[in-house]
Structures are given as structure tokens and as C-alpha cells.
Write a protein that binds this ligand. Structure first.
Ligand SMILES: Nc1ncnc2c1ncn2[C@@H]1O[C@H](COP(=O)(O)OP(=O)(O)OP(=O)(O)O)[C@@H](O)[C@H]1O
Length: 232
């Protein structure tokens, strides 16, 4: 892949909080139409990587290029120029109805419903009354309706039933197949690698493995080892 063909290009990124780095010298590339899974133990630094790519955190060192733009830009700027960010937790306004949640997005409500038509009967309810899976579909539908070209998704499966997780991941895969570059942080390693094109394994802030999804699937024991040592 040439540098310019990457939708996300992170090179030598060191970033963290205050003066303390949480990630060290991280390199990562995601091309248009590619889905990359980022996995690792709790506290490994996965969210820190997404926040840095999104422009929420300014790296101490290294370069981030998103859709060809390597200037340091904040999340609001990147979001206006093709970046969608599904952050950890439920990205919905609990006091607004389902419909209102979709209406505040960058794209039309009708378009959002094309991704998750099963939401339609629930749109008059407040989002806080919907199930966790419906809330996550609402959040993803709102982001996809804005037609992002890069999508960062942080643990979208947290606390959800396997069938719902599969539904959400399949929708992400379809978005990648339409050309969106997707970086997915996921605790369910095997499920993520089953649907992704490639993967990165992070341990204690450092990238310790990377490869195609098939290569990493064949190295499940090694990945598990990084989870165990990463948790010590
Ligand atoms: N706002 C913050 N202020 C200070 N330290 C933080 C902050 N957020 C995260 N950290 C620290 O940075 C390190 C990496 O955290 P991060 O949330 O990126 O990991 P993660 O891999 O996403 O973990 P999890 O799976 O638990 O969400 C951890 O040591 C964490 O305690």
C-alpha cells in the first residue's frame, strides 16, 4: 500500500495523558474499503489510539494522516471531513426519542433507517427506554447516514447479545465493502478477526503483533499470551 492510498495512516505515534504516554511508537494503516481490528487487554491503549486518530488527543510524537490530511486537526474538523467515531459506551441522547437521535446526525433519518429498519417501530420512544442493542444500532445508523469515509468504532459490542453483535459487525463489514475504512476496537478477538481484513494486537501501549486476519487467527495462542501478560 502506498502512503497516499491509506485512509488512516499513523506513524510512530506516542500519546497519552498529561505527560504520561499510554501508547508508544504505534504504526497503523487502514486503506479505503479495509476493516482492521485492534485488540488487546484492558488498559492496553486501544481507546488512546482511536482518540489520537480522531483528533481528541494530540500525540506527543509521530504523525497522523486521515484521508490525506496530516495537519493536526481536532475531532470537530475531522468529523466534518469524513470521519465517524463511535465512542465507547452508548453514543445516544437518552432523553431524546429514537427519531430525534437520528435527526441530529449528519445524514437524513430515512438513510439511517436503511441500515437498521428494525428500529422503525421504536422511533417514538426515548432512547433511554430502548435496549442496549437498539441504542447501539441507533448510534451506528446515525453515523453511517452521514456517509463517513473513515469509521472508528470502540467496543461497540460491550454488554450486547451475540446475535446483536453479529448484526452490528455485519453492518460494519458492509460499510467497508462499500469503501469505508474501518478501525474496530473489539474484545471479542475471534469474532473481530472473522470479519476483519487484518488486525493489530496491542499490549501495554505497544503494537506487538499485526497481520492479515487469517495470520492472526492462526496465532490465537500467541494473542492470548499477550492478553495475559498485558493484564499483569
Ligand atoms: N483520561 C485519562 N487520564 C489518564 N490516564 C488515562 C486516561 N484514559 C486512559 N488512561 C490510561 O491510559 C492507558 C490506556 O488506556 P486505554 O483506555 O487507551 O486502554 P484500552 O485498551 O482502551 O482499555 P479498555 O479496554 O479498558 O477500554 C491506561 O493505563 C489508562 O489507565
Amino acid at each position: 500500500m502506498t502512503a497516499s492510498s491509506a485512509a488512516i495512516r499513523a506513524t510512530g505515534i506516542t500519546a497519552g495523558y498529561g505527560s504520561t504516554p499510554a501508547i508508544h511508537g504505534v504504526d497503523l494503516r487502514v486503506a479505503p474499503g479495509e476493516m482492521a481490528a485492534l485488540v488487546g487487554a484492558n488498559g492496553a491503549g486501544k481507546t488512546t489510539i482511536l482518540s489520537t486518530i480522531a483528533g481528541e488527543l494530540v500525540p506527543f510524537e509521530g504523525e497522523i494522516e486521515v484521508l490525506g490530511n496530516s495537519k493536526r486537526r481536532g475531532l470537530d474538523h475531522r468529523a466534518r471531513h469524513g470521519l465517524g467515531f463511535l465512542t465507547e459506551g452508548r453514543c445516544v441522547f437518552m432523553q431524546l426519542t429514537g427519531w430525534e437521535n437520528l435527526a441530529v446526525g449528519r445524514g437524513p433519518v430515512d438513510k439511517a433507517l436503511e441500515y437498521f429498519p428494525e428500529l422503525e417501530p421504536h422511533l417514538r420512544k426515548k432512547a433511554g427506554l430502548l435496549s442496549g442493542g437498539q441504542q447501539q444500532m441507533l448510534a451506528l445508523a446515525r453515523i453511517l447516514a452521514g456517509e463517513p469515509r473513515v469509521l472508528l468504532a470502540d467496543e461497540l459490542s460491550l454488554g450486547l447479545a451475540p446475535l446483536v453483535v453479529q448484526r452490528l459487525l455485519t453492518t460494519l463489514r458492509e460499510a467497508a465493502d462499500r469503501g469505508v475504512a474501518i478501525l474496530l476496537v473489539e474484545q471479542h478477538v475471534s469474532q473481530a478477526l472473522a470479519i476483519a481484513d487484518k488486525g493489530y494486537v496491542l499490549s501495554r501501549g505497544r503494537m506487538v503483533m499485526s497481520g492479515t486476519a487469517a495470520e492472526l487467527q492462526a496465532s490465537a495462542d500467541e494473542i492470548a499470551g499477550h492478553y495475559l501478560t498485558g493484564n499483569l
